[in-house]
Design a protein around this ligand. Structure first.
Ligand code: AMP
Length: 184
């Protein structure tokens, strides 16, 4: 199903981008329907169109930085930042960033995860677009938003290529504007 972003800037429709998402059943474990975005990345026109749609309504006048979440979020956030001419900020898994960090943990089905951001990554009041490839339970994105709030950043929008709507992850994200391109 089509999501709630997607302008007409691109030559390709969101439905055409959706055709390039490959469903891989039972990866990485039984019962999971893994949404493989590598066919989107592999086709230059589709990748570009996905970027265009993700950036609908976003300009250098509305955001100062684009933040991506380790690891597939980096691909979209870095490409989007370069396209817009704004800075890219990584939110990484714990233990990977070399300088001083803030950390945020969140619960998984079994156990927990911790993500981190450099303490000087953003200045208070900076306007941020947060990007990730996929919204499932919302644990990752809500932890990332918490890190952005710790730095005093203003979260303009949180956007995903894919949203698994049945998991209702957006209810866990404290942000005003949450959008996805393709919903399952
Ligand atoms: P969550 O914290 O539950 O919202 O999970 C989101 C993160 O897990 C994203 O960074 C995704 O890359 C990854 N993820 C979760 N479920 C899937 C899935 N079915 N297919 C692909 N990636 C997934």
């Amino acid at each position: 199903m089509l999501g709630d972003i997607g302008g007409n800037m691109s030559h390709l429709t969101v439905a055409e981008i959706e055709r390039h998402i490959r469903n891989v059943p039972d990866f990485p474990k039984p019962g999971i329907q893994f949404k493989d975005i590598t066919p989107v990345l592999a086709d230059g026109r589709v990748f570009t169109a996905a970027m265009d749609h993700l950036l609908t309504g976003i300009t250098r006048d509305t955001v100062d930085k684009i933040v991506g979440i380790d690891a597939r979020g980096f691909i979209f956030a870095a490409a989007a930042a370069a396209r817009l001419g704004v800075g890219f900020i990584p939110v990484r898994k714990k233990g990977k960033l070399p300088f001083d960090t803030h950390e945020q943990s969140y619960d998984l089905e079994y156990g927990s995860n911790t993500i981190a951001i450099h303490t000087d990554a953003l200045k208070p009041g900076e306007r941020v677009l947060l990007l990730d490839d996929l919204l499932a339970t919302g644990g990752t994105a809500s932890a990332a938003v918490a890190l952005l709030h710790k730095l005093g950043a203003q979260v303009v929008s949180v956007r995903f290529l894919i949203e698994l709507e049945f998991l209702d992850g957006r209810k866990n994200i404290a942000a005003h504007d949450i959008r996805s391109l393709i919903k399952y």
